[in-house]
Design a protein around this ligand. Structure first.
Ligand code: SAM
Length: 294
């Protein structure tokens, strides 16, 4: 038997697409990877081994799924596009450790599916994917907020979004998304990826974002919803001061003197801009404002 080439090669991908007369749906963010080296590097970043179970979002024709089948214990992959289900059955027929679930990841009951599919299995679960770019943020926020029993998330996403998610204080990329990601994870961007490794090629550069889940948030906040809405409001108009953005946010519930008293109590200058605040300062502001509101 001749050894099959990896799915993530230009030749094999072309062959599969032609065999099934598959056409890409832009609306589903379909950009398939044709370079197995990139996938191997992603697996190295995620530290994938046979001691790990994996969840993939959007297997496409199985480029990454195949590598996960070879290198991890069990793979659970969620694919929304019905046309890809029979293709995956064919391309991944040699691997008995892969389960494809035909479902929109945003509608999947992940806590129960994880419990059910990885029952009595002590191996950690890691999420790894080349995400559909049109829903990167909702997917990641969904995974984080649900506080799933997963160890890490390693995803290919649009470079600009990856940089915003992993941004540090006092940079132009730093914003409410960076704070949210930092609250749940330790984030890094280990790899920038050019459009040439995809079919079709996206118009933007991509990057691998690696998120390691935290056991506990780095700060204590009394009410997460209140905290995140304060962070978002602080960045509402980036060029404006905290005072300005927060006066607008608390209009009708706190007057200007009460708002100033919070700046005094927390020793955070209201003339600062949100991008200069650390997550600790945002937590302090949110907890203090919450007491004022009662
Ligand atoms: N993993 C493949 C690869 O790297 O070549 C394909 C990645 S492609 C960027 C994104 C995949 O996600 C497509 O197969 C697409 O059909 C699928 N997809 C899009 N929206 C989805 C959703 N809401 N739930 C699950 N899969 C989705």
């Amino acid at each position: 038997m001749t050894k099959k080439k990896a799915i993530a090669t230009p030749g094999r991908t072309k062959e599969i697409l032609e065999k099934y007369q598959f056409f890409f749906k832009k609306s589903l963010g379909q950009n398939f990877i044709i370079d197995a080296n990139i996938l191997v590097k992603m697996l190295e970043t995620a530290n994938i081994s046979k001691q790990v179970n994996t969840i993939e979002i959007g297997p496409g024709i199985g480029a990454l799924t195949e590598q996960l089948a070879i290198h991890s214990n069990k793979v659970l992959a969620f694919e929304i596009d019905q046309r890809l289900i029979p293709i995956l059955k064919d391309t991944l027929q040699d691997y008995s450790n892969v389960e494809i679930i035909h479902q929109d990841i945003l509608k999947a009951d992940l806590p129960n599916i994880i419990k059910d599919k990885f029952a009595n299995d002590q191996r950690p679960v890691k999420v790894i994917a080349n995400l559909p770019y049109y829903i990167t943020t909702p997917i990641l926020m969904e995974l984080l907020i649900a506080r799933l029993p997963i160890e890490s998330i390693t995803v290919m996403i649009q470079k600009e979004v990856a940089e915003r998610m992993a941004a540090h204080q006092s940079t132009k990329e730093y914003g409410s998304l960076s704070i949210a990601i930092q609250y749940y994870t330790d984030a890094s961007v280990p790899m920038i990826v050019p459009p040439t490794v995809f079919r079709p090629q996206p118009r933007v550069d991509s990057a691998v974002l690696h998120l390691v889940m935290r056991d506990h948030p780095p700060v204590h906040v009394e009410d997460e919803e209140f905290f995140f809405s304060l962070v978002q409001a602080s960045f509402m108009q980036r060029r404006k001061t905290l005072r300005n953005n927060l006066q607008r946010h608390f209009k009708g519930s706190l007057d200007k003197t009460e708002i100033e008293s919070v700046f005094t109590e927390t020793n955070i200058d209201g003339t600062r801009r949100a991008e200069s605040l650390s997550i600790e300062e945002f937590a302090l502001l949110a907890n203090t404002f919450q007491i004022k509101i009662g």
